[in-house]
Design a protein around this ligand. Structure first.
Ligand code: ZN
Length: 306
């Protein structure tokens, strides 16, 4: 007996709906308590991550080799963060990113081998999970979500199964298309180098202004190090970093409220002094509030008015 499919049911391979298994741990997801609003909703984030693998592994995958996990785990971490941001808000991601940054530094200090750049990552999960997710989210903040989405959409359209598998350079090239010179330099740093920071922020003075505002004078130190060769080489910063100001103290492990001031500043020196007028209610200033930069000590990235 032969099986006859009506012509209308034959769907071209590229348009077929995705069918696959979505992994979900019983203990982590089904038995977690997402109603506990004080903590981060890991059940939501990990479910977004596992669903993202329908694309990043299911549809698009690199040939096995150095950097292949950039196309699976790093892109799934990125999708996880963006979906979570859309559901809960941008500042909700701060404690989640702080945790990933701490895990990255803890695992890399315990690693016996030199850290490889993201696009050549092999057997270093702290690179393709934690650093990969942070790097891609930082890139989204620099390029804009539309740019990222266009590049990733192009990747699925041109290299999705059963097309030829793309390597890590294809991802980097897709992200570079339409980027300006500074953004291209950031892309190269994020994917092809191993860069770490040890930044801090201090409040030098505050002075009341009229209209319920106050003038803050801040000192910001950006210590940037290139560790691509395995030996730390100090680098002069040339980086955009957000500064946020909150009207209360920031509690560790808890998402801060919306800031009363949020602005991106460019830093081209190791030490900078920044003056800003902010609402009189300002209490805490935070450098890189979303904690997307790999900074070895995040504790000194915030300062509270006494
Ligand atoms: Zn994964």
């Amino acid at each position: 007996m032969s099986l006859h499919w009506p012509k209308s049911r034959i769907i071209p391979v590229r348009q077929r709906p995705i069918r696959g298994v979505i992994f979900s741990q019983e203990r982590a997801n089904f038995r977690s308590n997402p109603g506990n609003s004080s903590g981060f909703n890991f059940a939501y984030a990990t479910t977004a991550h596992e669903t993202a693998h329908q694309w990043w592994a299911g549809r698009v995958a690199a040939p096995a080799g150095p950097g292949d996990a950039l196309l699976t785990e790093s892109l799934a971490k990125y999708t996880e963060a963006v979906v979570t941001e859309k559901r809960f808000g941008k500042m909700y991601l701060r404690p989640y990113h702080v945790k990933d940054s701490q895990l990255y530094f803890a695992y890399r200090s315990a690693a016996s081998e030199k850290e490889l750049p993201l696009w050549q990552t092999v057997n270093q999960p702290f690179v393709y999970y934690q650093k990969g997710g942070l790097a891609l989210f930082r890139l989204k903040e620099a390029l804009g979500e539309a740019h990222m989405t266009r590049a990733l959409h192009e990747l699925v359209e041109r290299y999705g199964y059963p097309a030829r598998k793309p390597g890590p350079p294809t991802v980097v090239d897709a992200l570079k298309r339409g980027a300006n010179a500074a953004q291209i330099r950031l892309i190269d740093e994020l994917f092809k180098k191993v860069i770490v920071f040890d930044n801090d922020i201090k409040i030098l003075s505050s002075k009341p202004l009229s209209n319920n505002r106050q003038l803050l004078v801040l000192e910001i130190n950006v210590r940037k190090t290139d560790e691509t060769s395995g030996k730390p080489v100090p680098v002069t910063p040339d980086d955009d970093i957000d500064i946020a100001v909150f009207d209360r103290e920031i509690v560790p492990d808890t998402a801060p409220p919306d800031p009363v001031y949020l602005q991106r500043h460019h830093f081209s020196k190791r030490r900078s002094v920044v003056t800003m007028a902010v609402p009189r209610t300002a209490m805490t200033v935070v450098l890189d509030p979303l904690s997307t930069m790999p900074d070895i000590n995040y504790h000194d990235n915030s300062a509270t008015l006494k």
